[in-house]
Design a protein around this ligand. Structure first.
Ligand code: SAH
Length: 244
């Protein structure tokens, strides 16, 4: 299998790359090759007999879309997993909590002037859904490891939201639980190319007045929470593949 893993920022891929130094991983996480393409570095990793292609896309929907398409079309990714941080909209989500997207939408896509709903363009859909099987496997990982994995709608847009009014508008308009800047772009590309995907985020801030401060404070920690869980999911995917 070739598994693509995307994050947006270098800080979010670092905890994955650190695994090659981890003692218990020495025999698994190996054979490293970095391929530079279209302004990004794709890390090719052999892991338990499969291949991981790990990359940070840079921030925002365009960057994420290009990277997802490249992973699939150029590097042959058979599934795409997104790991990173997000702002919480749902007050039940606290810093460090994990949320798996059940649906993703673009909160800044707006042709409502023509009578269309927010987040919609003709021949598209407002909400894109991740692969059901990957969701089931993620739930198993959470149960087995005793980790609380929340699930909910993630809204994506080319804005760092640090504004209670904008946050409330996104909550009301899309019933979103968390907000970030790449997930729906990856989702849309994978959906169009028929490639299973899964989007995981650990909360870094509450998209409020303190968001920029909290983000800087918790980026590293929440990135690691997300990458740790994601490697658990990768293991589960490989185990599941071996059995089928
Ligand atoms: N500090 C960075 C910019 C971070 S942008 C710099 O100066 O370069 C925020 C990143 O984290 C995006 O990749 C986005 O997906 C995610 N994110 C976390 N909290 C967010 C929020 N409140 N609103 C939007 N995106 C958020």
């Amino acid at each position: 299998m070739i598994i693509g893993i995307i994050s947006a920022m270098v800080e979010e891929v670092e905890p994955f790359l650190d695994l090659k130094e981890a003692e218990d991983m020495l025999h698994y996480f190996d054979h490293y090759e970095d391929v530079r393409y279209a302004g990004r570095t794709y890390h090719h990793i052999n892991y338990r007999g499969h291949k991981i292609v790990l990359v940070y896309s840079k921030i925002g929907k365009v960057n994420a879309a290009l990277t997802a398409a490249t992973l699939i079309e150029k590097f042959g990714a058979e599934m795409v997993l997104f790991s990173g941080v997000a702002g919480a909209i749902d007050p039940a989500l606290k810093i460090g909590d994990l949320i798996a997207a059940t649906q993703l939408c673009q909160h800044d896509l707006d042709i409502t002037a023509f009578g269309h709903p927010y987040g919609y363009v003709p021949e598209g859909k407002v909400y894109v859904e991740p692969d059901r099987e990957l969701m089931v496997l993620a739930k198993k990982v959470a149960d087995e490891k005793g980790i609380e994995l929340k699930a909910g709608i993630i809204a994506t847009g080319d804005q760092f939201v640090a504004d209670p009014k904008r946050k409330e508008w996104i909550r009301q308009t899309f019933q979103a639980h968390a907000i970030e800047m790449e997930g729906a772009a990856v989702a849309s590309v994978c959906d169009d190319l028929n490639v299973p995907f899964f989007v995981l985020r650990a909360i870094s801030d509450a998209a409020d007045m303190d968001a920029a401060f909290d983000f800087d404070e918790f980026l590293k920690h929440s990135s690691k929470v997300s990458s740790d869980f994601m490697m658990g999911l990768v293991d589960k995917i490989i185990d599941d593949h071996a059995q089928s």
